[in-house]
Write a protein that binds this ligand. Structure first.
Ligand SMILES: CC(=O)N[C@H]1[C@@H](OP(=O)(O)O)O[C@H](CO)[C@@H](O)[C@@H]1O
Length: 402
């Protein structure tokens, strides 16, 4: 254990990941069968950081019920509530009374590994931003660096640009709290950490950028979870703990949780992670890179590829699903087909170009023989009747009758 404390920012909803965040915050979205924030906590714990302060807000009960006091993750968690969601600077200020020495701040809704956290722990300099080089940085804080120091942060410029992005993980001294108290309100109407850092730079504080060689990934939109999922699947050692019936074939890194069964004739090619108490097959095909949550069912002759199925998802027989996210407790009856391809999706009033199959929020019910076009996004508890052809955005609680 080291003295360094960790603060995790976990209060925001993650609006651009809607509709998946209608029922949970982005920190609880699963990749590789674990919520984003579990990777953050594991990476801190692996570096001996055991005192962790988690700033919670939107859907906080789900975070607190899952992580409890942190004991199962070898850390001690104190929850701090941010009742008004006024931005990352406002969130961090809530932690002031708990830290009196150098400390780390990590976004709770990113995938990060122990190497990246270790780089931050051992970084020289009092104020350090963990950065990443990427080809597309327009949706992030973009760092302008000169002479080994950050000179400017341009927050979410929106236009396509490549360069160095702010990962949202930092090492600070408690002096940051004085700056946070003077944080200006941003163009987006909230108090944002990058703006505070800009103020610090103007007042002469040196901010060191540290480009990570570790794993770091974010999901801006719901479909970006597929990429993060594929990275996350490479981070764990897979184990077969459930039953594999004779005649089933398992190739590559496949994790099968306790109480799960893969029935005869099924064909699984890793990386694949299947949770506990799942029932797969007979004759189901699961291809890379797929995560299947606990108590899920994939019926006979169904094929799932490059997808996330959350807990209790039920897929009937003869379904074809690829490049898709299927929320918790969704039911897809027989012969549902999700087409995949390029599409344009409206998220929070902005049109985004993307390439995926479908995003289904929790508790969606899909009848038999439904055909979903690429880029179909379905809100929580919507229900689609058998035989329908669906496309575009379907709002929560709506009914599609064909
Ligand atoms: C206001 C703020 O803190 N912005 C940060 C933060 O954005 P969010 O949209 O709040 O997740 O995390 C990004 C990394 O995920 C980082 O690039 C950006 O600068």
């Amino acid at each position: 254990m080291i003295d360094l404390k960790g603060v995790i920012l976990a209060a925001g909803e993650g609006r651009r990941c809607r509709p998946l965040t209608q029922t949970r915050s982005k920190v609880m979205l699963p990749v590789g069968n674990r919520p984003f924030m579990e990777y953050v906590i594991r990476a801190l714990a692996a570096n001996g950081i055991e005192d962790i302060y988690v700033v919670v807000g939107y859907q906080k009960e789900r975070v607190m019920d899952y992580f409890e006091d942190g004991i199962d993750f070898d850390v001690a968690i104190t929850y701090i509530e941010q009742n008004e969601l006024l931005g990352t600077a406002h969130a961090l200020l809530k932690a002031e009374q708990y830290v009196d020495e150098e400390f780390l701040v990590v976004n709770g809704d990113n995938l990060i590994d122990k190497r990246a956290v270790n780089e931050l722990v051992s970084a020289k300099g009092d104020n350090v931003i963990l950065a990443a080089l990427r080809r597309h940085t327009g949706d992030y804080g973009v760092l302008i660096v000169d002479n080994g120091l950050v000179t400017e942060i341009i927050e979410k410029p929106g236009r396509p640009c490549s360069g160095i992005l702010n990962t949202g993980s930092y090492k600070f001294t408690p002096d940051v709290f004085d700056a946070l108290k003077q944080a200006p309100i941003s163009e987006r109407g909230s108090y944002e950490l990058p703006e505070t850092i800009m103020q610090m730079i103007k007042e002469g504080t040196q901010i060191v950028p540290l480009i990570t060689k570790g794993i770091w990934a974010d999901a801006i939109f719901a479909w970006d979870l597929l990429n993060a999922n594929s990275l996350a699947l490479g981070m764990d050692e897979p184990k077969i703990m459930g039953d594999v019936e004779e005649g089933a074939m398992i190739k590559g890194p496949v994790h099968l949780g306790e109480g799960s069964i893969v029935r005869s004739g099924s064909y699984l090619v890793g990386p694949v992670s299947i949770g506990e108490d799942c029932d797969i097959g007979p004759n189901a095909v699961i291809l890379p890179s797929t995560s299947v949550g606990d108590s899920a069912r994939i019926g006979p002759h169904s094929e799932v590829r490059n997808s996330i199925l959350m807990n209790d998802a039920r897929i009937g027989s003869g379904c074809i699903i690829s490049d898709s996210v299927i929320g918790a407790s969704c039911t897809l009856r027989d012969q549902v087909v999700v087409e995949t391809g390029s599409c344009v999706v409206e998220i929070e009033g902005v049109f985004q170009r993307a390439e995926f199959g479908a995003i289904l929020a929790d508790d969606v019910s899909v009848g038999a023989r439904v055909l979903a076009s690429p880029g179909t996004v379905v809100g929580t508890k919507a229900s689609i009747s058998s035989g329908a052809a669906i496309r575009g955005t379907i709002n929560r609680d709506s009914r599609v009758i064909c």
